[in-house]
Design a protein around this ligand. Structure first.
Ligand code: CP
Length: 316
């Protein structure tokens, strides 16, 4: 047996500890304490050339946000560790999401990037966490990085955003994207319009003025830019369950005809994704609008990279 005193690994594995002496442990202990001290003094926080490490905790499904944060971390020179879903984690053994988050923050990553449901008290966790928390989608409550990347995309397309008319169409009640936009857009001097069935209206109307539309043609005629929203069946309950999807499509789906009618004056169509093609946007509309929607995704990477840079623990 080769004894590697530094790590006391037997045959390249670390499974049993019945070969450790107390002397071995004392040496090992000193190495651990030295590493911890160096970490706390920021002397040895860069073993592989990375400028830090993020922990991604995605308790709800995600494609764009998760992969986009991974790409953003790469651009920012930060590595990451990931917990995604319940399977294979101690959540399956009954550990709470709150305990899971606090345990991962105790591992001292530079920041926690968290996607979770409304049931998680993210604010209470943020108050307890020594590590910064970046919200990557919180139930119906917030999706700040999506709102920011949307606004980047809007400004890139329209130039000046002040006094522009932005129309949200669809499932307003379920949308965390809308929640974050309602915080951000009024501060930019943007006019907000909303169109959707009454089953999807926002539970608590905001303090600022919203232009509420009932007719799609009238709403589209008003808008400089449309943000279509996914019909989020997984978040529906009560009255929303009674929604007739065919009626929804007839009244609120954005179609090729809608688009062509307003194309000349430069109407833009956005969607945070994932899209139910054939529901909120007609399938035939795809060739006209998809590249612009995919540009939102591209902008998401750079938006999030800049956000990560602001957290700065890894900036040498
Ligand atoms: N827009 C958005 O949050 O997409 P994902 O759910 O795929 O991350």
């Amino acid at each position: 047996m080769v004894r590697r005193l530094a790590l006391l690994i037997m045959n390249n594995h670390l499974i049993y500890l019945n070969h450790w002496s107390s002397d071995d442990f004392d040496k090992f202990y000193l190495k651990v304490i030295e590493k911890k001290s160096n970490f706390l003094l920021k002397k040895n926080d860069n073993p592989k050339g990375f400028k830090g490490q993020l922990a991604y905790l995605f308790f709800e499904p995600s494609t764009r946000t998760r992969m986009s944060f991974e790409r953003a971390a790469y651009l920012s020179g930060v590595s990451s560790i990931l917990l995604s879903g319940v399977a294979g984690t101690s959540l399956e053994k009954g550990e709470s999401i709150e305990d899971t988050i606090l345990n991962i923050q105790a591992m001292q990553p530079q920041a926690l990037v968290i996607r979770c449901s409304d049931e998680v008290d993210l604010i209470n966790l943020a108050n307890q966490s020594e590590v910064p928390i970046i919200c990557a989608g919180w139930g119906k409550k917030a999706h700040p990085t999506q709102a920011l990347l949307d606004l980047v995309t809007i400004k890139e397309a329209l130039g000046e955003i002040k006094n522009k008319n932005i129309l949200f169409i669809g499932d307003l009640a379920s949308s965390r994207v809308v929640s974050s936009h309602f915080e951000l857009l009024p501060r930019m001097g943007v006019n907000i319009g909303c169109l959707g069935p009454k089953e999807f209206s926002v539970a608590r109307p905001p303090a600022f003025k919203i232009n509420l539309f009932e007719d799609k043609n009238q709403a589209l005629g008003w808008a400089d830019l449309v943000i279509a929203l996914r019909v989020q069946k997984e978040r529906h309950s009560g009255r929303q369950n009674e929604l007739n999807l065919n009626e929804y499509i007839n009244q609120y789906q954005v179609t090729v005809n809608d688009y062509l009618k307003h194309q000349e004056r430069g109407l833009k169509i956005m969607h945070p994704g994932p899209i139910n093609w054939g529901v909120e946007l007609s399938t035939q509309l795809q060739p006209y609008v998809h590249s612009f929607i995919l540009n939102q995704v591209t902008n998401g990477v750079f938006t999030r990279s800049v956000i990560l840079d602001q957290f700065g623990g890894w900036q040498s």
